[in-house]
Design a protein around this ligand. Structure first.
Ligand SMILES: *[C@@H]1O[C@H](CO)[C@@H](O)[C@H](O)[C@H]1NC(C)=O
Length: 219
């Protein structure tokens, strides 16, 4: 099977919104599992290529002053299977560049799943993509979410919400938990947990309860 084509839209998101989920995927990927001495598991690991999609190839400056570099652009990005939208700050949310908006809308059609973390849900809602759907975003940003996405059924009860192809998570760490859950569902707990172990990470479930990992269950 061809590797999964996983796109990240390069907007000024909070780093963990993207770095967390991406590292969870990466830590359960074929080369990583192999490198960490899990050759038996590696064959069933995630076969994935990441694309970091900028308006151009210029660096993006994040809230903390950190700069990141796109690997492709809105016009050169290959066909994608998944798209991840991290959460930018309020100023950006109120003036999202039209080129980003039209790219996200087009690719939302193309992909199997759109993941949003933190205020990335508000980005998707600003284009009408979440209209009529259940969704969440950073639970501290609900007022802004209702203002910019008035037709979305926003909820702040869950760590993340799945409706159709949209997986929307709360704040940054809820986004990690959501991606952890996606890996457990799609690749099995053994593959997922090998990745979590390499990160010394213990995910929570959709209600915020600690997931019981196999390495704890057998202790
Ligand atoms: C949306 O939320 C409502 C209320 O919690 C629930 O009854 C419904 O099943 C949800 N729809 C989907 C598609 O998850």
């Amino acid at each position: 099977m061809a590797p999964i084509q996983f796109g990240v839209i390069m907007i000024p998101f909070q780093l963990i919104d993207v770095a967390g989920p991406v590292d969870i995927l990466c830590s359960s990927s074929v080369p990583y599992l192999r490198g960490f001495g899990n050759p038996g598991l590696a064959e069933r690991g995630i076969d994935i290529e990441f694309h970091y999609i900028g308006e151009g190839m210029d660096p993006v400056t994040h809230n903390s002053g950190y700069k990141s570099l796109p690997t492709t652009t809105l016009s050169t990005c290959p066909k994608l299977d998944y798209l991840l939208i991290g959460g930018p700050g309020p100023d950006y949310l109120k003036s999202i560049p039209p080129a980003i908006a039209s790219f996200v809308c087009e690719r939302a059609d193309e992909v199997k799943t759109v993941f949003t973390t933190c205020t990335g849900g508000i980005v998707a809602s600003a284009f009408g993509l979440l209209d009529g759907l259940n969704a969440t975003t950073n639970h501290e940003a609900m007022a802004l979410a209702r203002e910019l996405g008035p037709n979305v059924k926003w909820t702040a009860e869950k760590n993340w919400v799945v409706d159709g192809k949209f997986w929307t998570a709360g704040g940054a760490c809820a986004g990690m938990d959501m991606m952890a859950h996606w890996v457990m569902e799609n690749y099995g707990k053994d593959i997922a947990e090998a990745g979590f172990a390499a990160l010394a990470y213990e995910p929570r479930d959709v209600d915020g309860k600690q997931v019981i990992l196999r390495r704890h269950a057998s202790e």
